[in-house]
Ligand binder design. Structure first.
Ligand SMILES: *[C@@H]1O[C@H](CO)[C@@H](O)[C@H](O)[C@H]1NC(C)=O
Length: 289
């Protein structure tokens, strides 16, 4: 259902040399041992699954960025893959990033046990590790370009991963993050690039608290970030924090709305064609070259 995509050749692999070493993985150069579709693996004795979306013209010698998309509670990986829950149906694949990523990213939609990221005994951290290991072994991955994006409970889990798996992540995107998982203790000095998107009528204090966690971690200057007034139908407001540690930006988007993963300016509810979140998220991700 993805259709042909335009081939986009990027230089990101070459440009992301860090410490003089290209962060390409063992899977570079291997003929495709992993293909687009549902992948199964066993983690801590439990059967787990995720959906993998490779670039249509996957090039086994090109190190790709990887974006993990974590669904919300009571959802599953199909919600991420097909963008169901968002109108019109199918307009929001992989949080709307697939149409923007085209040939330049490996996209991953993990599936929760019992439809939420309860992370019992850290089993969801282990799931993340197992997926990344499988991708790195079988595909050409740029390990310096791994991102997570999550909505709601998946946003909360993304926040937890940004701490507990900080070294595996270049950046995180948290859409209306909330829920029982915190996982943010113990990394107050660990910088992490972050984009936080939150509705002003969705317990905005939670969004501000999450944002301030990264403002602190990244040493950004305090800013009085503007927010649209609730029910004003005025556009979302992006604040890019200043003075952050080099390479570790914090972006904060407040929008007039509720618990929506695909909010749009001037309207209510989810709209996969009009939402501003994919473009903002993609601009955030692609600033790291
Ligand atoms: C495959 O990727 C490598 C490394 O980025 C690049 O040099 C090569 O030109 C690519 N091949 C094609 C057919 O795009």
């Amino acid at each position: 259902m993805w259709g042909p995509s335009v081939l986009t050749v990027t230089l990101l692999g070459l440009a992301s040399i860090s410490n003089g070493v290209l962060a390409a993985t063992a899977g570079c150069g291997k003929a495709g041992s992993l293909n687009t579709g549902v992948q199964k693996l066993t983690v801590n004795g439990k059967s787990r699954q995720y959906t993998l979306q490779l670039p249509v013209n996957y090039n086994s010698t090109h190190p790709y960025r990887v974006v993990f998309g974590w669904h919300g509670a009571n959802d599953n990986m199909d919600v991420t893959v097909r963008g169901t829950l968002v109108q019109p149906p199918g307009s929001f694949p992989y949080f709307g990033l697939q149409p923007l990523a085209k040939e330049s990213a490996i996209l991953v939609a993990p599936d929760a046990l019992n439809k939420a990221w309860y992370n019992r005994n850290d089993e969801d951290y282990a799931f993340f590790d197992a997926m990344l290991a499988q991708l790195s072994a079988g595909l050409c991955v740029n390990e310096k370009q791994v991102f997570s994006i999550g909505f709601s409970h998946g946003g909360a889990f993304t926040k937890a991963l940004s701490c507990k798996r900080a070294s595996s992540h270049r950046g995180v995107i948290i859409l209306d993050g909330g829920g029982p998982i915190d996982g943010s203790s113990g990394c107050v000095d660990d910088p992490m690039a972050a984009l936080i998107v939150h509705g002003v009528s969705d317990g905005i204090q939670g969004g501000r608290t999450t944002r301030d966690l990264y403002v602190k971690r990244n040493g950004c200057a305090a800013t009085n970030a503007r927010e649209p007034v609730a029910n004003s139908r005025t556009p979302h407001i992006l604040t890019e924090y200043q003075g952050c540690k080099e390479g570790f930006p914090v972006w904060y988007i407040a929008f007039d709305g509720q618990h929506w993963m695909a909010p749009w300016d001037g309207g209510s509810g989810n709209n996969g064609e009009k939402t501003f979140t994919p473009a903002a998220a993609w601009r955030f991700i692609t600033q790291f070259q």
